[in-house]
Design a protein around this ligand. Structure first.
Ligand SMILES: C[S@@+](CC[C@H](N)C(=O)[O-])C[C@H]1O[C@@H](n2cnc3c(N)ncnc32)[C@H](O)[C@@H]1O
Length: 275
């Protein structure tokens, strides 16, 4: 039993989600055999799709899939039914799914979807770069559509090199075009980057990769450097400073400074809240 649950835990969420949709389908088939005793047929297809979504979401909840997967599990069967009912051809559905994959590929493999830093955050990152009082070589781990890389490369004088990495194909394509001469965009995984070449590193990811990222950051950040995480703190160490930005979502930036010996600088009070 223990082995089964361990094997289940290592399966990527997308595989677990598909297996649970399959399980929900089989359970509904079994239910359909006894249902005529209670409710006489015929049963509408939309009812089946709805029941399939609810059952798959319930199973996913019981078996510990991340919360946003429950929404996908719930909506996928009814949306698929709706698309086919209004006459979207099968290749239209396939195209929509392919487009979603091109943008959200990392939501499936890394549990990191696409959402973008806003302009208030770009400016705060520029102020953070100034605190290093040295030429800044900047890296955005998972740069999305390249907004941060472009802004810091083009509008932040302290930044002498601005680099982003991204692996979702459509995001990478957009970032390449958007960043242009203001910086560099590379199609490599953030896990393959060498952080030692950068004295400021930024990440806006999700809770899922933060423990692994913490190990990488502490192993690789060079002396007198700064790691900034948007919204998601490193789980096992305290930030040197936490900035709350004056934007609609009250963005929190967690700043981790490393001293000349590469030791993490302990928490200190922040007086400046303006942005
Ligand atoms: C929340 S978005 C942040 C985008 C951008 N940094 C910003 O702040 O506007 C996270 C991005 O990281 C990308 N990503 C997730 N895992 C990655 C990985 N292992 N390597 C490269 N990019 C990754 C996702 O595709 C997504 O575009």
């Amino acid at each position: 039993m223990h082995k089964v649950s361990a094997a289940w835990g290592v399966l990527p969420p997308v595989v677990r989600a598909l297996l649970l949709q399959g399980a929900a389908f089989v359970m509904l088939l079994a239910l359909a055999r006894v249902l005529p005793v209670l409710i006489p047929p015929p049963y509408p297809l939309w009812g089946w799709a709805l029941a399939q979504g609810v059952l798959a979401a319930l199973l996913s909840w019981r078996l510990g899939l991340p919360r946003w997967w429950l929404v996908i599990q719930l909506l996928f069967p009814p949306l698929l039914w709706l698309a086919l009912a209004v006459g979207v051809p099968w290749w239209g559905v396939a195209l929509a799914l392919a487009l979603l994959w091109l943008v959200f590929r990392n939501a499936l493999s890394e549990q990191v979807p696409l959402y973008l830093s806003n302009r208030t955050t770009w400016k705060a990152l520029c102020r953070a770069a100034n605190t290093l009082q040295a030429p800044v070589r900047f890296m955005d781990l998972g740069c999305g559509w390249g907004g941060v890389v472009r802004f810091l490369g083009a509008h932040c004088p302290a930044v002498v090199r601005s680099v982003g990495v991204e692996t979702a194909p459509l995001n990478l394509w957009v970032a390449h075009r958007r960043v242009g001469d203001a910086g560099e965009v590379h199609g490599v995984s953030l896990w393959e980057t060498q952080l030692g070449d950068f004295n400021m590193v930024y990440a806006f990811l999700s809770p899922a990769p933060m423990a692994r990222l913490s190990e990488k950051v502490r192993a690789e950040m060079p002396p007198r450097s700064l790691f900034v995480s948007n919204s998601f703190p490193l789980p096992d160490c305290e930030a040197t400073e936490i900035w709350q930005l004056n934007d609609r979502r009250g963005t929190l930036l967690y700043l981790y400074y490393f001293d000349a010996e590469r030791r993490l600088v302990p928490p200190r009070e922040v007086c400046d809240g303006d942005d």
